[in-house]
Design a protein around this ligand. Structure first.
Ligand code: PLP
Length: 404
């Protein structure tokens, strides 16, 4: 594939107000005009380069949006206060009362809770499907369906969506294909594969320092303008706007994303191979044993690798909890939700990030309570990390000496 997302981020180039190498931060919620006419034109969206009020846009959120838009190859992007602050407006911009969505059943718990518990209050209903089964996806479409939603790499089971196949179905039925690319920035470019809208939680890999939440929506200029409409734009009216200071700090972190993604991928791949060899049930899209390994290779920008997320199943929740506590004690990472941090994070999804999904649903989708989800950090010496993790597993009888 000739698309080079990291080069496009690099070429995003702005000077600060005083010649600074970082764009200046606009420290204002509202903006003045020398003429009332200009203010009116700005309100109508007809005055290029003018700002009215920071819920609409600010220079800093626009710079960040431009850079992420370059990364995804979209015409435009809108930055939001959190990933959920990006996901929910997109869904409600596309779907009104009586409409229907088809969604992957393995998605982030918050998104699942919104679709399962909240959207039905607005008479927006969702059919959850196994997204890896294109026949099931197509069979779930009704004449009320407006969009298909999934994550490229699903949370927490790490299933891979066949974006080209889903895009064909979406086009055939005149639906929007909306992709959450939070787990695979740079590694996968969904718009280049036929998706209509890409969303990220910036909280994760893109920011990378776990000091803020954030989100972004990448799509056509027309759709971004709809979201920002002062009359009926979901982003504008729900108001989940990112602050300028945060936008500016995320933009700086975005500059090192390519290096970080490669190191996350290298480290996760190393550990996944070792864990699998040790006899642990390991899921990582870069392992040949992953059911979608071949598919993933066909959608991957390969230089960035298979990503930083992996899971192991240690058999039961008690063992999972004991291992996570021990690994934290040994300074191997933090027992914490979220992902994309420079240190390794681990959590048991059934009782944390996916706890919104009822137990029987969890069982159906293969989410057992011994699963630990790892977001692998940027460790310089991953062999040392592996040896220390293996020692923790031996001490807790998760690995037996002859297995290890
Ligand atoms: N999408 C995915 C895949 C996530 O893992 C998360 C959060 O964990 C979100 C969206 C929501 O993002 P945020 O917490 O920034 O609202």
């Amino acid at each position: 594939m000739s698309f080079k997302p990291a080069n496009d981020i690099q070429d995003h180039h702005h000077f600060g107000e005083f010649g600074g190498v970082n764009p200046s931060i606009s420290d204002s919620a509202t903006y003045t005009f020398l003429s009332a006419k200009k203010m009116f034109d700005t309100f109508e969206g007809k005055a290029e380069g003018c700002y009215l009020y920071s819920r609409h846009s600010s220079p800093s959120t626009l710079y960040l949006g431009e850079a992420i838009s370059a990364m995804e190859g979209s015409e435009a992007a809108h930055v939001t206060a959190s990933g959920m602050g990006a996901i929910t407006p997109v869904m409600l911009q596309l779907c009104g009362a009586g409409d229907h969505m088809v969604s992957s059943r393995t998605i982030y718990g918050g998104t699942y809770a919104f679709l399962k518990n909240f959207a039905p209050r607005l008479n927006v209903n969702t059919t959850f499907v196994d997204i890896t089964n294109l026949e099931k996806v197509e069979a779930a479409i009704t004449e009320k369906t407006k969009m298909i939603f999934c994550e490229v790499v699903s949370n927490p089971l790490l299933e891979i969506a066949d974006i080209r196949g889903l895009a064909n179905i979406a086009k055939k039925h005149n639906l929007k294909l909306v992709i959450d690319n939070t787990f695979s920035p740079l590694s996968v470019s969904p718009l280049k594969l036929g998706a209509d809208i890409v969303i990220h939680s910036l909280t994760k890999f893109i920011n990378g320092t776990n000091d803020t939440v954030g989100g972004v929506i990448c799509s056509t200029q027309e759709f971004i303008d709809q979201l920002r409409s002062v009359n009926d734009g979901a982003c504008m009216l729900f108001g989940a706007t990112m602050d300028s200071l945060r936008a500016s700090s995320i933009l700086k972190n975005l500059r090192t994303l390519h290096l970080r993604v490669k190191q996350h991928s290298y480290n996760a791949n190393y550990l996944a191979e070792k864990f699998e060899k040790d006899g642990l049930r390991t899921v990582y899209p870069g392992l040949k044993s992953h059911p979608s390994y071949e598919l993933y290779k066909t959608i991957l920008n390969e230089e960035f690798g298979f990503g930083g997320m992996l899971t192991i199943d240690v058999g039961c929740l008690d063992k999972a909890n004991a291992l996570m506590e021990k690994m934290q004690h040994e300074k191997l990472g933090y027992l914490a939700v979220s992902l994309g941090f420079y240190k390794t994070l681990f959590s048991a999804p059934g009782t944390s990030t996916s706890s919104e999904i009822p137990e029987d649903e969890q069982k159906k989708m293969g989410l057992s309570d011994g699963i630990i989800r790892f977001s692998i950090g940027l460790d310089n010496d991953i062999e040392r990390t592996y040896n220390k993790m293996k020692q923790c597993m031996l001490e807790l009888d998760i690995l037996e000496p002859e297995m290890a």
